[in-house]
Every structure is written in structure tokens, then in C-alpha cells.
Ligand binder design. Structure first.
Ligand SMILES: Nc1ncnc2c1ncn2[C@@H]1O[C@H](COP(=O)(O)OP(=O)(O)OP(=O)(O)O)[C@@H](O)[C@H]1O
Length: 374
């Protein structure tokens, strides 16, 4: 009797590698949308987990955004049960409109629901079905945004409770796994033309979410010009940059620790620090650091001061950097989260606005008001 089809064996090996450090009895939860990637993941996990002494369940999130979403979720859950996963649950979420766009809002609600399920079930890991193609799309989107190494490092194979075992597999391979095992999957219409459906660039793709347009129009054009190796090459960029980004982040954390004079959360460092309401940094220490580390340290300082990560952009970091390296008496820099940064007496302070102001945008940045303070 022959073994499993090579593609099925590949998927199982990938899952086995990802779960290798867990302890017998641990629970893993597959985040299953019903799509080919997470259905293949559910099947591979259902096979591998018991052989490692692990328990495996699944969570299907129903965003309630499309007609029939409850039925899609129920079908996906049934397929997971059919694979032997237990527990399997559907979590219905309410997607709030935060202003960040419907995809980002759905993603935030989805991850919150997955994390809540992991906590409630005491799961050691939540498995996500992102593939190499998803990784390549993430890198492309980052490049087009002008993002730095951390964003171009794409999705981490492992972060907190989340693990992505299929990052080395092509999307088409996950479809092949499903076909080989006789598993039906659901093609999300918002993901663009189905694998077996419309030609790339088919009419109507312009109305899709940005990532889906990249998938349906940009990637095929790129492959057309550069050849099929372009997609794995983009994903390789993510792998290479992840190591670089980790190193730079660690060095920047050291720089921030050295430059930190006071911080509201971790109390005192230096004589002037007691009762600190602001993050206070030594501007000279920062100025003498390499720009790659300084910019990261400034970003971390802004986050530490309470700036919301989703609203903190390069333009804000540039403005903070100018306070450090191009100091000519300019006025405060206004940051998201009702924060402001000021420089005085060789120190950079990031604290609350005294009166709420609009934070910097790319347009307001270009006209800093010089008000000598030092
Ligand atoms: N409705 C869902 N319920 C449970 N898991 C989901 C759901 N949607 C997506 N996932 C998980 O996320 C993985 C990636 O899904 P998909 O590619 O649709 O998301 P994305 O929007 O491209 O990426 P991201 O999850 O980063 O937002 C899936 O393989 C699955 O593990």
C-alpha cells in the first residue's frame, strides 16, 4: 500500500514541524474559514495531532457580513467535525466600523474571537492557514506602502499563540490537498476569482478589497513578466527580513533603554523621573545613534507614551526624528492619541496634549512652526 499523496504528506509534515514543541495533552485550535487553506490545515492537523498526543479542535468565525454567512460557517464547522476535530465551535462576531476599513475591522474582530476561544479553551496554539501566496501578497502590499523591514518581514510563522504551519505551501497545494482527500471547500467571493473560475483580471475585480485585487490582478501580471519564481521570491524576502527586523528591534530596545530618562509605566530612571507623566528621552543619546535604530526607538517611545499603533505612521516618526537631529527650536509635534512631543533642555518628552489638537498628517508635517524653547 502506498503512502499519502506527496502534497498531503507535505502538508502533514509542515503541521508536524509546527506542533513539535507542544506537550502531550495540549489543545490546538484550527482557525477555519472553510476556505481551501484552512480546510487543508484542519485535515492535516486532525491527522497529525493525535499522533503527537495532542488534542485538536477548530473555531469558525462568522463575521455576519455576507448573506448566508451563518450557513457557510456551519458547513465549515461540520467538515471539521467530520475530520474528527473536537471541540468545534462557531463564533459569531459583531464587526464594528472603526474607520480603518471593513477588512481591517473584520480582521480585528476575527483575531479577538480566536484569541478569546483560545483563552476559554486553554489552547496552547491557534493555527492559521496562511500560505506562501498570502505571504507574497503581504510583502507586495508593504512594498507599495513604502513600509520598512518589519512590515516586509510579513506574517510571522509563530507569534504569541498564533502559528502558521502552511507558510511554505502554495495556495494551489492546499487546494490539491482538499481535492486529494475529497474535501469540499468554500471560495470566498471577496477573495476574487475562484481557483477554478474566472480568468485573472476578470471584470469586477476592481470592486474587491485591496489584497484581493493584488491577488487577482497584480500577482498574475508580475508572474507574467518575471516568471513563476516571483511569488516564492517575495515570500523569501519576508523570511530574510524577519531576521533583520528582529535584530534591529532588539538593538533599538537597548537604545531606548539607554536613552530613557523617565516613563510613566515603569517608574523611575534618573533623578528627575519621579511621578513622570511623560516618556522622557535623552536627545543626545538618540542623536548619536544610527538612524535605523533611532527611528525604531522613537516609534517604540511613541507607543509607550500611549500612541495607538494603528495610527502611528512614518510621518510621525520623521517629525520626532527631526526634533532630535534637526533641532532648530521648532514647536511641538502633535501625535495621534492626543499626545505631543516637545524638546527642552536636551530632552525629548512625549506626553498628553494640554488641549486636544489634530495630530500630524503628511500635509501638516511640512510646515513646522519654529518656537524657540531651548
Ligand atoms: N472566518 C474565519 N474563521 C476562522 N478562521 C479564519 C476565518 N477567516 C480567516 N481565517 C483564518 O485566517 C487564515 C487566512 O485567511 P484569509 O487569507 O482569508 O485572511 P486574510 O484576510 O487574507 O489574512 P488575515 O487573517 O491576516 O486578515 C485562514 O486560513 C484561517 O486560518
Amino acid at each position: 500500500m502506498g503512502g499519502p499523496a506527496p502534497v498531503v504528506a507535505t502538508a502533514r509534515r509542515a503541521v508536524r514541524r509546527t506542533l513539535g514543541d507542544l506537550r502531550p495533552g495540549d489543545l490546538v485550535l484550527v482557525a477555519c474559514s472553510g476556505g481551501a487553506d484552512s480546510t487543508a490545515l484542519a485535515a492535516a492537523t486532525a491527522f497529525v495531532a493525535p499522533r503527537l498526543g495532542l488534542r485538536a479542535g477548530a473555531v469558525v468565525v462568522d463575521h455576519g457580513l455576507q448573506a448566508g454567512s451563518a450557513g457557510v460557517a456551519a458547513d465549515a464547522a461540520d467538515r471539521c467535525r467530520g475530520l474528527g476535530l473536537d471541540p468545534v465551535e462557531v463564533r459569531r462576531v459583531v464587526v464594528p466600523a472603526s474607520g480603518d476599513g471593513p477588512e481591517a475591522d473584520a480582521r480585528a474582530a476575527r483575531y479577538a474571537a480566536l484569541d478569546a476561544a483560545a483563552t476559554e479553551h486553554g489552547a496552547a496554539a491557534v493555527l492559521l492557514g496562511h500560505t506562501l501566496d498570502d505571504q507574497a501578497e503581504t510583502v507586495l502590499l508593504g512594498l507599495a506602502r513604502g513600509a520598512g523591514a518589519r512590515s516586509l518581514a510579513g506574517m510571522a510563522p509563530r507569534r504569541g499563540v498564533h502559528r502558521r504551519p502552511l507558510l511554505a505551501l502554495r495556495r494551489a497545494e492546499t487546494e490539491a490537498v482538499c481535492r486529494t482527500l475529497g474535501l469540499v471547500w468554500w471560495d470566498d467571493p471577496t477573495n476574487g476569482p475562484a481557483a477554478s473560475g474566472d480568468a485573472p483580471g476578470a471584470p469586477g475585480t476592481a470592486a474587491l478589497p485591496l489584497r484581493s485585487q493584488v491577488r487577482a490582478r497584480v500577482v498574475p501580471a508580475l508572474v507574467d513578466v518575471l516568471g513563476p519564481g516571483a511569488v516564492p521570491a517575495l515570500a523569501r524576502t519576508a523570511d530574510l527580513l524577519r531576521d533583520d527586523a528582529d535584530l534591529l528591534d532588539a538593538l533599538a530596545a537597548d537604545l531606548l533603554a539607554t536613552a530613557l530618562v523617565a516613563s510613566p509605566d515603569d517608574g523611575v530612571r534618573g533623578p528627575a523621573a519621579s511621578g513622570a507623566e511623560s516618556v522622557v528621552l535623552d536627545a543626545e543619546v538618540l542623536a548619536s545613534a544610527h538612524p535605523a535604530l533611532r527611528r525604531r526607538a522613537l516609534r517604540s517611545a511613541a507607543l509607550r507614551a500611549g500612541c495607538p499603533a494603528s495610527d502611528l505612521f512614518a510621518v510621525h516618526v520623521d517629525a520626532l526624528d527631526a526634533l532630535v537631529t534637526a533641532w532648530r527650536g521648532q514647536g511641538p509635534v502633535h501625535l495621534p492619541g492626543d499626545l505631543r512631543a516637545t524638546r527642552a533642555c536636551g530632552r525629548l518628552s512625549l506626553g498628553r496634549e494640554t488641549t486636544p489638537r489634530r495630530s500630524l498628517t503628511p500635509r501638516t508635517l511640512s510646515t513646522p512652526t519654529p518656537t524657540p524653547q531651548e
